[in-house]
Design a protein around this ligand. Structure first.
Ligand SMILES: *Cc1c(COP(=O)(O)O)cnc(C)c1O
Length: 368
């Protein structure tokens, strides 16, 4: 959103003093303009729905009661999700307007004075941002050079900071790898507070802590339908013991999942096979792209269990390679790091075979 700088719309510093200083210091979340470009920057599923399914969906949506408030508990959708996502019996599920909103509700629910929200870096930026929005102390623990959990440092930090909540992305974004299963088990055992395993990329990793829910009272498993192919719906789910979910649910605004999202999501879950096929195609293409990228000299390509690949440009500037690829019509993500673990790194989302070929050709040219 461009700030309007014209004189008549100017606002005095005196008025802006009412905005919390830590908010004023923040940079707004930047979404790149992708118009006219092949969009491989945001972990979206590249496939649209087959025409017959589009039509059936249209009919279902046309009958949705837009004049009524949505079902506040989204019962039908929640039941479907429990089934599809294999939530163990006895566990509760709450829904968010994207898992981003669930992260926000979790942070709001635990953000008392002195409380700490912990996560790992490089990691999903929303954990840190939402910690800042809600005023909870944030501790980001560095991962090892190969993007694994540094357990010696993690044990110490948990002991020192006594985090109210720990977020673990599984697989991690932006590194695309899975952390060691046993390391997460240890965190579950030593954490004094809640541990959220964020499984946004589950369709591509196909491994999960969902079935571990009954064994750990402090475990919460978060999923989203975004990376599965429904990013536009904005729907995430949080699973865990009813006694915890019921508390988090108190900060949820009553109608956070709108009528169109509830209707469309139920429809899509009835037709889950289509999305599962698309995820299988993406997993297949992931290895095609990975193997091809490994052949390029001057790149370090990191293994992926997600629908994107992180890679480091070794001999050129990542900025130049990013711009060159963009000039050839493909938008990927520039991690914009001059130092640290993401130094000179770029991230590409797996697209259709045709999109991936365009990316690989543009990459090859950029590295010449
Ligand atoms: C993309 C992503 C999310 C956000 O998902 P939404 O449901 O679209 O808000 C959550 N966690 C991780 C790790 C992600 O990469």
């Amino acid at each position: 959103m461009a700030a309007n700088q014209s004189v008549e719309n100017a606002v005095s510093e005196n008025l802006l003093r009412w905005i919390r200083p830590e908010i004023k210091q923040l940079a707004a979340y930047h979404v790149a303009d992708a118009s006219g470009l092949i969009k491989l920057d945001a972990m979206e599923n590249p496939y649209s729905l087959p025409p017959d399914l589009q039509q059936a969906l249209q009919q279902r949506l046309a009958s949705a009661a837009l004049n009524r408030y949505p079902d506040p508990a989204a019962t039908k959708l929640t039941d479907r999700l429990k089934q599809t996502m294999q939530v163990p019996d006895g566990q509760a599920v709450m829904l968010g307007n994207g898992s981003d909103e669930l992260i926000q509700m979790l942070a709001m629910a635990v953000a008392q004075k002195g409380a700490c929200l912990m996560s790992f870096e490089p990691g999903f930026v929303m954990y840190r941002m939402i910690a800042e929005f809600t005023g909870i102390d944030y501790v980001g623990l560095p991962l090892t050079d190969d993007f694994q959990l540094d357990m010696a440092a993690t044990r110490k930090a948990i002991d020192k900071h006594q985090p109210a909540i720990i977020f673990i992305a599984y697989p991690n974004n932006p590194s695309a790898n899975l952390f060691e299963h046993n390391a997460i088990k240890e965190i579950l055992a030593i954490a004094p507070g809640l541990v959220v395993v964020d499984e946004a990329y589950h369709p591509f990793a196909q491994t999960s802590f969902m079935s571990s829910l009954p064994g750990h009272e402090n475990l919460l498993v978060m999923r989203t339908v975004s990376k599965l192919g429904l990013a536009g719906l904005r729907l995430g789910l949080l699973c865990g013991r009813p006694a915890i979910i019921n508390e988090i649910d108190k900060v949820r605004l009553p109608y956070n999942i709108n009528v169109l999202t509830q209707t469309a999501a139920v429809f899509m879950l009835e037709n889950m096979a289509v999305l599962e096929q698309q995820a299988a195609l993406i997993r297949e293409q992931r290895s095609v792209v990975f193997e091809d990228m490994k052949k390029f000299k001057g790149l370090a390509v990191f293994p992926s269990q997600a629908n994107f690949i992180l890679f480091r440009v070794l001999e050129k500037s990542a900025d130049a390679v990013f711009e060159s690829i963009k000039n050839d019509g493909v938008l990927i993500k520039n991690m914009r790091a001059d130092t640290g673990p993401l130094k000179n790194c770029l991230r590409v989302t797996i697209g259709t075979p045709e999109e991936n070929r365009a990316f690989l050709a543009a990459l090859e040219k950029a590295l010449l």
